[in-house]
Each structure stands twice: as structure tokens, then as C-alpha cells.
Design a protein around this ligand. Structure first.
Ligand SMILES: Cc1cc2nc3c(=O)[nH]c(=O)nc-3n(C[C@H](O)[C@H](O)[C@H](O)COP(=O)(O)OP(=O)(O)OC[C@H]3O[C@@H](n4cnc5c(N)ncnc54)[C@H](O)[C@@H]3O)c2cc1C
Length: 464
């Protein structure tokens, strides 16, 4: 077979692998797969294929190598950073049929899942066994475990010691770009009694795939850490007049190792935009903490209120509790009030929250001036960093505004990387910034070339 194989023959070959009902080639379907949840427009793929087993994934990958067809893995399609086909003639591999819970291993405190399961689905299944996972994104209803792991997902559950989904994964099974299957962690040895230690057998190869965004293979299984449900949970919110005080409070709470599983900062300028009916706002910080017993919780909650309340006003429990209760709908409820969102999720150091927030506020007002678009931000604790989500709002039905949003998005991106702020999921959006990483980027390219000699896996993503 050759590169010039006609499209209809390619589609026939894919149908032979997964069955005709699992191949889509109608334009309306393909248009959806050319986009994610960001404003970035991808190339329209020639087909979407939906494998149902590891063997089918392997066959697709081998076929793609023979025909030199670019493959773009995809699960929920809810990425915000241009996880879209970047070259012509590609096939999207939709992993949402592979969503089984393969095992809940109580002895190893681990569950093995297929990548296409959503957090909402997995949460319900684990809860029936008295367990939970550790980290989930704000859109746990649409986002999958596989898509989250492979893109350094963060969110609910992050706090001291846990910075992202990668911290919660014991091992994975991946179909490599050449079609072989590799298992990482203890299960690299088929005789091992399950997944119980990630850093087994030389290099941390789980880490090689974590953050690779589909460029190094297709994840077909993940072993996630699970824990028993917490004995008690507590909630508290605080208001601050000064961003320095808000940042200092979060830093002090982290430093004191208060067991937060959520610490969220909404700056006043964003709150005033989102909820003008209640303006003027202070900078609001919401905390959710957990403990094994009510007694320990009370001690930790008192410590939290003492530390966070030193320069802030205690606003009660309700704001934080409501956010937690609505955690998978929260962004949906409020995030799109001002229009569609061009989002830049980045990390800043936890000890310099105010420094970076001031810079981001400056950029926000310049963008407003230049493009007539509003920019907001929110931020949550991820161990020693804060994820900051910088959002440019626009009206997608207004072509001029949508174009301006793309320009603003690209401009903000380039400016914040030059401030030393760290983007952690790059997709197609940050590809043109990778050269700024020097030898690090060169090494990524060498790894990619070694594992994917035909460059069939997600070409262009991560600038690879
Ligand atoms: C309103 C909203 C709120 C969000 N909040 C958060 C948040 O709090 N935290 C957060 O981390 N994210 C957040 N996200 C982003 C995203 O929804 C999550 O990260 C989600 O878990 C990604 O999963 P997905 O299935 O949608 O991935 P997709 O968008 O389908 O894919 C993500 C990336 O992974 C690759 N990929 C997917 N499946 C595989 C696989 N099996 N093997 C190899 N590569 C694969 C894709 O090629 C792509 O590069 C949010 C998005 C929205 C729209």
C-alpha cells in the first residue's frame, strides 16, 4: 500500500478493521472532529474510526504506518488548547468506545480502566465500592480519564502533594506508534500482582506518556490510584482587598500542609465582570478540605480559618460548599456567561501568586483596549504551583470578534510564556512556542523520531 491510496480505499480498510458502524466519513461528523472546545480550527480529517479493543487499535496503527496516514487520538474532545488534526488526510481515532472498568483492585488500592471512561462515570462506579479517584477536571461529565492523563490534567483533588493526574497513575498500557503494546509500572513484568508501584524497572516510562498528548502512542489502559471516601469534608471562603493578601493566604495554607483538595482564587476584576449584580467584589478564595475523622477535620478547619483569615474576611462555608457540590457543572454554569472562551491554562509558582496575577491583569486590560475583548482569570492550587486559567471571552457568531479572539489568544500566549509562566498542555496552540525550550525541545523531537519513525501519531501537536 502507498501514501496515494484513494480515500475510499482507506475508509474500506478501516471498516474492515472495526466494522462499518464504527467508521464515520460524513462531512457533518468530520467537522465536529476538526474542532475541540477551543477556538482553534483544525484540518478536516478524512474519517473517524472508533476501535473497541486493543487489537483493533493495534491494527489501525499498523495500517496507518503502512499507508502513512496521520492519526489523531481523541476521547471526549473537550480540550481547550487545539487538540485537533493539524495536517491534511488524517484519521481521528475516537477512543470513547473503550470505557470499561477492567478491575477494582482493593488490595493494591488501584483501578484499571480503559481510557474513554469519563470521570463522572468512573466516580459513580467507584463510589459503589466505597472508593474514589484522586483528581478530576472541572468538566468531569465530558472529560475522560485517558484524555486527562495524556494532557497533564489537573483540577478537583489537587492540593498539597498532588499536582496533576500524572501523580495519580500507577502505570499504563499504550499501543506504540509502530503497533506494539507496552505496559509500564510493575505490570511490565507479567508475573507482578497487579499495578502497585509506578517507578519500577529503570526509567519512569509512565511519565514518558503522561503529557505526550497522543504523539507517542494511544493509551489503551490506565491504572489509577484509588482511596476510600474521606471521613469528613470542610468548606470555607475568604475575601481579600489586596491580591497580595489573597496570594499570601493560599501560600501559607499550602505551607502549613492543610489538607486542601481545592483552593480556588477568583480575582476581584474577574468576579466584577462575571457577577456585576453583586459588584464590587473582593478577591475571593474558596477552600475545600478533607480529613479522616470529624475531630481531625475540626482541627484543620480551625487552622485554615486562622491562617487564611489573618488578612481576609471569612465569608462562611456556603460559597465553597456550593462550588464543590456543583463541581462538574460549575464552569458550565458560570464560565460561559460572557460568551465563548479562548482559554490558556498555565502554572505559576505558588509563592508568587500576586506577582503573576498583577501581570495577567495588566495583559487583560491591554487586550481589552486593543481588541475590545474581555479577559478573566481564575486559579487553583496544584501542590507547589497554581494553575491559572486565563480566559478571553468572545461572541462566536460575530466573525470579526472571533478572529480578534484568536489573535488575542495567540498574543497572550506568547507574552505569558516570555514571563516564565508555564503552559502544561500544549496541543497545536503552543506548538510555535516550543522552540523557546532549546535542547529540551530537541530531545522531545529525538524521542518522537525514535518511537514514531513515520511520524503518524498526532503530527504537529507539541510542535512534533
Ligand atoms: C468547561 C471545561 C472545563 C475544563 N476544566 C478542566 C480542568 O479543571 N482540568 C483539566 O485538566 N482540564 C479541564 N478541561 C479540559 C478537558 O476537558 C479535560 O482535560 C479532559 O479530561 C480531557 O479529556 P477528553 O476526553 O476531552 O480529551 P480529548 O480532548 O479528547 O483529548 C485530549 C488530548 O489527549 C489525546 N488523547 C485522548 N485520548 C487519548 C488516548 N487514549 N491515547 C492517547 N492520546 C489521547 C488527544 O489527542 C488530545 O491531545 C476543561 C474543559 C472544559 C470544556
Amino acid at each position: 500500500m502507498t501514501l496515494s491510496m484513494p480515500i475510499n480505499e482507506k475508509i474500506k480498510a478501516l471498516r474492515d478493521i472495526v466494522g462499518p458502524e464504527n467508521v464515520m466519513d460524513s462531512l457533518p461528523a468530520l467537522l465536529i472532529y476538526a474542532r475541540d472546545a477551543s477556538p482553534m480550527r483544525g484540518k478536516i480529517p478524512i474519517a473517524v474510526v472508533r476501535p473497541g479493543s486493543i487489537e483493533e487499535v493495534q491494527e489501525i496503527v499498523r495500517w496507518a504506518n503502512e499507508t502513512k496516514t496521520p492519526l489523531y487520538p481523541r476521547s471526549g474532545g473537550t480540550s481547550l488548547w487545539g487538540a485537533v488534526p493539524l495536517v491534511d488526510g488524517s484519521v481521528v481515532v475516537d477512543m470513547t468506545r473503550m470505557k470499561r472498568v477492567i478491575e477494582i483492585n482493593e488490595k493494591n488500592l488501584c483501578c484499571i480502566v480503559e481510557p474513554g471512561i469519563t470521570f463522572g462515570e468512573l466516580e459513580a462506579i467507584l463510589a459503589r465500592h466505597g472508593f474514589r479517584f484522586l483528581v478530576s477536571p472541572e468538566n468531569g461529565i465530558g472529560g475522560t480519564v485517558g484524555g486527562n492523563f495524556i494532557s497533564h490534567g489537573t483540577g478537583w483533588g489537587c492540593g498539597p502533594y498532588i499536582s496533576n493526574q500524572g501523580d495519580c497513575v500507577l502505570g499504563c498500557k499504550v499501543v506504540l506508534p509502530t503497533g506494539e503494546v507496552v505496559t509500564t509500572g510493575t505490570m511490565a513484568n507479567p508475573k507482578a500482582h497487579g499495578h502497585f508501584y509506578r517507578y519500577a524497572f529503570a526509567n519512569d516510562l509512565t511519565g514518558l506518556f503522561c503529557g505526550s498528548e497522543g504523539t507517542l502512542g494511544i493509551v489503551v489502559e490506565l491504572a489509577l490510584k484509588i482511596e476510600e471516601m474521606p471521613g469528613a469534608m470542610g468548606f470555607a471562603a475568604f475575601g481579600y482587598d489586596d491580591i497580595e493578601d489573597a496570594g499570601e493566604a493560599i501560600y501559607r495554607v499550602r505551607r502549613a500542609r492543610i489538607p486542601t483538595i481545592y483552593a480556588y482564587l477568583s480575582p476581584s476584576w474577574t468576579m466584577n465582570m462575571l457577577f456585576p449584580e453583586k459588584a464590587p467584589w473582593q478577591h475571593v478564595v474558596k477552600f475545600v478540605i478533607e480529613a479522616n475523622t470529624k475531630e481531625i477535620l475540626d482541627i484543620e478547619l480551625n487552622r485554615l480559618i486562622e491562617i487564611a483569615g489573618r488578612k481576609g474576611t471569612y465569608l462562611g462555608a456556603e460559597l465553597a460548599e456550593e462550588t464543590w457540590r456543583e463541581r462538574y457543572r460549575w464552569v458550565g454554569l458560570f464560565g460561559y456567561k460572557l460568551g465563548m472562551r479562548a482559554v490558556l491554562p498555565v502554572h505559576i509558582p505558588i509563592g508568587e501568586i500576586a506577582v503573576y496575577f498583577k501581570k495577567i491583569e495588566e495583559i487583560a486590560s491591554e487586550v481589552k483596549e486593543k481588541y475590545g475583548l474581555r479577559v478573566g482569570a481564575g486559579s487553583f492550587m496544584c501542590d507547589r504551583s497554581m494553575v491559572v486559567v486565563v480566559v478571553t471571552y468572545f461572541d462566536p457568531s460575530n466573525m470579526r470578534e472571533a478572529e480578534n479572539a484568536l489573535r488575542a489568544w495567540n498574543e497572550i500566549k506568547s507574552r505569558i510564556i516570555d514571563l516564565g509562566i508555564c503552559p502544561y498542555r500544549m496541543g497545536g496552540l503552543w506548538a510555535d512556542q516550543m522552540h523557546k525550550l532549546g535542547t529540551y525541545y530537541e530531545l522531545l523531537k529525538k524521542l518522537k523520531k525514535a518511537l514514531d519513525p513515520n511520524n503518524i501519531m498526532a503530527p504537529g501537536i507539541l510542535g512534533l
